[in-house]
Design a protein around this ligand. Structure first.
Ligand code: NAP
Ligand code: G4F
Length: 343
């Protein structure tokens, strides 16, 4: 009989790729989305899984414990992948309470429902490298102490410990994947890589003159989301629940990513000035194409994150293969196409 998996956050980047992956594996996929006046399934449509007969889309607000309990009881899944979250760090500073409700409390609702309904359901928690925060360990590994720097990081750390606690207390198979930044053409435009590829595509097509960015010296370990969802699945197929880092082991600055994106569209740039006055100039037309705005600075920043994925490689046989150059190319191609056709 086909396995049944619930994916919370099916409308997000990872939810869509994981849905595609599990459907290919023969699962019945129950994708949960929250009620909004106009729900958007554009990612599921882009991956051409929206009409798949084994994909069932169900309304469920993960901040409503009754909704969570009843949904799990109705579906009786084998596996739950908890990907739904208020996932934007910047917003978490402006909406700390709802970030906590969505990202932390919901995990207790899910694990408590599993405990009461069927303790054999396997649970995946989407933990994050943001939990490492201000750390001196480089690269970060599973034993690196946590020191989160944002309400988002704090909320995810609470959820992370909750899932560990449900294993230790009730033997529930709860795994946490500490995933470093992963991007794709399906990334939301609020995140820096997609903001850059969308902006550079528009500049190349003469639809925009300049992008405004915040801290371009921040470094992140950026992988390809499609490869990371396979790691989530592998975590739930092991004999013992555990915590695994998924990352590439390489860190690049936002500035380096900007340079890669402009290189892809053959726009030569030079950087001038420093701090808030730093700009990139398009040397083809001598116009400023990147400037800095304090609007995008965070109250507390994480300067650099880079992960050691050797445990996942050893135990799960998982490793990343997409370079940042290839990732940037994939995203640029998609954004050029979308903006050319105003999609
Ligand atoms: P994403 O694209 O922002 O997707 C977030 C999903 O959560 C969306 O489907 C969103 O629904 C849903 N959601 C938010 N609030 C909800 C609520 N109250 N009830 C039900 N659904 C709700 O994020 P992602 O990049 O796919 O990330 C997936 C998960 O991994 C998140 O938990 C994120 O925090 C975590 N993570 C991501 C990364 C990364 O680099 N991408 C790294 C580490 C961890 P709407 O469409 O309605 O907004
Ligand atoms: O793309 P970002 O917004 O991602 P961030 O904050 O690293 O969070 C992402 O990765 C986490 C894993 O570590 C996830 F848990 C989380 O859900 C999310 O997916 O920002 C990346 C860096 C930051 O240092 C930010 O300050 O880019 C810097 N940045 C510079 N200018 C900018 C901008 N970020 C955004 N979003 N917009 C800018 O204009």
């Amino acid at each position: 009989m086909a396995k049944k998996a619930i994916i919370t956050g099916i409308t997000g980047q990872d939810g869509a790729y994981l849905g595609e992956f599990l459907l290919q594996k023969g699962y019945k996929v129950y994708g949960l989305y929250r009620r909004v006046s106009s729900p958007s399934f554009w990612r599921l449509k882009e991956l051409q899984i929206y009409k798949n007969p084994n994909l069932y889309l169900l309304e469920c607000d993960i901040t409503d414990s009754i909704s969570v309990f009843n949904t799990i009881k109705k579906i009786m899944p084998d596996e739950i992948y908890n990907l739904a979250a208020q996932s934007f760090v910047q917003t978490s500073f402006e909406q700390p309470l709802s970030t906590m409700q969505i990202n932390s409390l919901s995990v207790t609702y899910m694990l408590e429902s599993i405990r009461l309904i069927n303790p054999h359901i396997r649970f995946y928690q989407a933990s994050t490298s943001e939990m490492f925060g201000k750390t001196d360990d480089e690269p970060q590994h599973e034993q690196t102490p946590f020191a989160p720097r944002s309400p988002y990081g704090i909320s995810k750390l609470c959820a992370h410990w909750t899932s560990i606690n449900y294993y230790e207390s009730y033997n529930i198979f709860a795994c946490s994947g500490i995933l470093f930044n992963h991007e794709s053409p399906l990334r939301g435009k609020e995140f820096v890589t997609r903001k850059i590829t969308d902006g550079v595509a528009k500049i190349a097509l003469n639809q925009l003159e300049c992008i405004e960015l915040g801290n371009i010296y921040a470094k992140r370990d950026w992988g390809f989301a499609k490869e990371y969802v396979e790691g989530m699945w592998k975590m739930l197929q092991t004999s013992m629940p555990d915590t695994f880092i998924l990352s590439t082991g390489k860190a690049y600055s936002v500035k380096e990513f900007v340079t890669l994106a402009f290189e892809y569209v053959n726009i030569p740039i030079v950087w001038e000035n420093e701090g808030l006055n730093e700009v990139a100039i398009n040397t083809k037309n001598n116009r400023i194409c990147v400037r800095i705005s304090p609007k995008y600075y965070r109250p507390a920043e994480i300067d650099s994150l880079v992960g050691d994925y050797s445990k996942a490689e050893k135990i799960l046989g998982w490793n990343p293969s997409c370079s940042l150059q290839d990732l940037c190319k994939l995203m640029m191609e998609a954004d050029l196409q979308r903006n050319r056709h105003k999609l």
